[in-house]
Design a binder for this molecule. Structure first.
Ligand SMILES: Cc1cc2nc3c(=O)[nH]c(=O)nc-3n(C[C@H](O)[C@H](O)[C@H](O)COP(=O)(O)O)c2cc1C
Length: 347
């Protein structure tokens, strides 16, 4: 199950309904659940109302979620989130704190996002490490770092949102530095075999056409240091899993990530859904609505070993029993093998 924000955790606390929501997907045959984005304990990490925290009393709520999901036989990892410059003052739990990002942002003559200092960056790295340790202590089966969609780590990766001239901006190696430091600190904070998934994307919430890498070799330059720092699995977030990643090749982003890193890779994007209209706005009805499509293309890609795991978003929102229904519909051996694979790869 792909990570999907719900805005259903008032005060940052995942309650009984959150527990039941995930338990339904576990009981419906899902192998691995990646939770909605959950914000780390840095004061500027959150950008949205009623999304869950990943520290303090929220961890007790998460513990109940983990136990319920495990009781129904699935694995679960939290998606650890810092929104960076998406935040504006007024957001819980520290309304007075402004946004923070790679560079200062001014709106209507007023600074709304502060440029992060070296101390700020050190604090974010330490906060991610604490979150990883908390995930392990709470009983999660691993963690996913949200390095995608135009949030903090992606803002540093993307040259259009990072014009810094210090060690965290400029050359690609510098733009990767914050993400690499985060992974390294998290790896040190957890057991050597505790899975760390890194989700990355080309697209941003603000721009579906954005690119952090324009060639496979640039993608390798981003992902290789992350793999070396301790990433176990990469999660290539695309809107359509089958689309070619770069001009002049048929290879998808997930297949490319797998080839250049040698790591297991999760693919995602419109699995079980027909191709949709191209709109630039995020989560409009046009973007979310879709007809149902067959899974043949997915099975072909799996046969070709393009990627190792698949994540399903909207399909599993619509139907908590998506995995079991697909299993029952005749693709039994493949989905059973997939579930076994998830267990094997992540445990
Ligand atoms: C309602 C909704 C909320 C989402 N929230 C997140 C999120 O918190 N973190 C994230 O990385 N992606 C998020 N996504 C993207 C999904 O994880 C997934 O990549 C996307 O929906 C494509 O998969 P699908 O075509 O199977 O829906 C969200 C998507 C939807 C529809």
């Amino acid at each position: 199950m792909a990570p999907m924000t719900r805005n259903c955790s008032p005060g940052g606390i995942p309650g009984d309904d959150v527990q039941q929501y995930y338990a339904r997907r576990a009981a419906g045959g899902t192998g691995l659940i990646i939770t909605e984005g959950t914000y780390i304990d840095h004061p500027a990490a959150n950008g949205y109302k009623d999304v869950p925290a990943f520290f303090g009393p929220a961890l007790e709520g998460w513990k109940r979620v983990v136990d319920a999901v495990h009781a129904d036989g699935a694995l679960i990892v939290p998606q650890l989130w810092h929104v960076g410059s998406v935040r504006r003052a007024g957001m819980e739990p520290y309304p007075q704190v402004p946004g923070m990002g790679p560079e200062e942002l001014v709106e209507n003559g007023r600074t709304v996002v502060n440029r992060m200092s070296q101390d700020d960056l050190r604090e974010v790295v330490a906060s991610y490490a604490r979150a990883a340790a908390s995930a392990q202590a709470t009983g999660f089966d691993g963690v996913e770092i949200h390095g995608a969609h135009g949030y903090l780590l992606d803002q540093f990766l993307w040259e259009s949102s990072n014009h810094r001239t210090d060690a965290y901006g400029g050359a690609l190696e510098n733009r990767c530095r914050l993400a690499v430091e985060v992974v390294r600190a998290m790896r040190q904070a957890v057991a050597a075999d505790f899975p760390i998934i890194f989700r990355f994307s080309q697209w941003k919430m603000s721009d579906y056409g954005a690119r952090i890498a324009s060639t496979a070799s640039e993608l390798a330059d981003i992902l290789t240091p992350l793999a070396d720092a301790g990433v176990t699995v990469f999660h290539a977030s695309t809107r359509r899993f089958w689309e070619p990643a770069f001009e002049g090749t048929a290879e998808s982003l997930a297949a490319c990530a797998r080839r250049v890193t040698g790591k297991p890779v999760i693919a995602v994007g419109s699995i079980g859904m027909a191709q949709q209209h191209e709109t630039r706005r995020f989560r409009t009805r046009d973007n979310v609505d879709s007809d149902v499509a067959g899974l043949e293309q997915l099975f072909d890609a799996l046969d070709q070993e393009d990627f190792d795991l698949i994540a399903v978003g909207r399909g599993m929102l619509a139907d908590p029993c998506w995995a079991d229904k697909v299993r029952r519909s005749g693709s039994t051996s493949l989905l059973n093998a997939l579930t076994a694979d998830v267990m094997q790869k992540l445990l």
